[in-house]
Design a binder for this molecule. Structure first.
Ligand SMILES: NC(=O)c1ccc[n+]([C@@H]2O[C@H](COP(=O)([O-])OP(=O)(O)OC[C@H]3O[C@@H](n4cnc5c(N)ncnc54)[C@H](OP(=O)(O)O)[C@@H]3O)[C@@H](O)[C@H]2O)c1
Length: 208
């Protein structure tokens, strides 16, 4: 069996810019959405170090009916029962042109994926294209994003969780709005914080 792109380690890629997205519709917002620990941890490559039903509901409400773009690792990390994410046009990025993502559209270029999602938004009347991660894809997309919605969860993570989100508080050119701290009813964290507290923070590009 030959080596496929998905066997090869993925190294950090350059960030994309608006110049990489010619013709992206001006009235469609590019958003990114994730949940993280206070230290910025979003996963371990397959899982997350918390269970927070309030955030699952928030994610669903925010993204339903929109085109979504995600890396191959995040696609594979989705629960197979919700892959493709229902009610959303799923776009998956991989270096492997032969990759099969049943129910999703495969792209070998991140700009191509975002452009296709933009066309899909126009076609369906959605106002936002959501970038769904993971860490590699979020970092590449910071320069093109209009808005970032982050659920900050007041918990830690075991050492094996080494996938991080971009630090939006260190990014210039965004206005921050921190929502109030809330207490989860049924949420749990692997590091044991109980009750689990969280807040929803928004980072909006200043010139958008
Ligand atoms: N907490 C949250 O809200 C949240 C949200 C999303 C994801 N996550 C977590 O994040 C983790 C995954 O993140 P990750 O950073 O490891 O992986 P990722 O960003 O989901 O996927 C990386 C893969 O996407 C493909 N890719 C990325 N950029 C590309 C480009 N420019 N051109 C071609 N292919 C490209 C490559 O796939 P190939 O190797 O196939 O070429 C690469 O290996 C999982 O644990 C997931 O659960 C958490």
């Amino acid at each position: 069996m030959g080596t496929t792109a998905t066997d090869a380690a993925f190294t950090e890629q350059p960030q994309i810019t608006r110049a990489d997205l010619p013709g992206f519709p001006a009235d469609i917002e590019i958003g990114m959405i994730w949940a993280q620990t206070t230290d910025g941890v979003i996963g371990d490559g397959a899982d997350m170090p918390w269970y927070l039903p309030e955030d699952l509901k928030h994610f669903q409400q925010s993204t339903l009916g929109t085109p979504v773009v995600m890396g191959r690792v995040s696609w594979e990390a989705l629960d197979p029962r919700f892959r493709p994410l229902p009610g959303r046009d799923n776009h998956v990025i991989t270096r492997d042109a032969t990759y099969d993502a049943p129910g999703g559209t495969v792209h070998t270029s991140l700009p191509d994926a975002v452009l296709a999602a933009g066309r899909s938004a126009v076609g369906t009347g959605a106002s936002t294209v959501w970038i769904l991660g993971g860490g590699h894809v979020y970092r590449q997309c910071v320069p093109v994003t209009d808005r970032v919605v982050v659920t900050e969860i007041a918990c830690g993570a075991p050492d094996r969780f080494q996938v991080y989100a971009p630090d939006m508080r260190a990014e210039p050119g965004f206005t921050t709005h921190d929502g109030p701290w809330l207490t989860s009813g049924r949420g749990t964290a692997l590091t044991g914080e109980d009750p689990l507290r969280y807040r929803i923070c928004e980072f909006t590009r200043d010139n958008s």
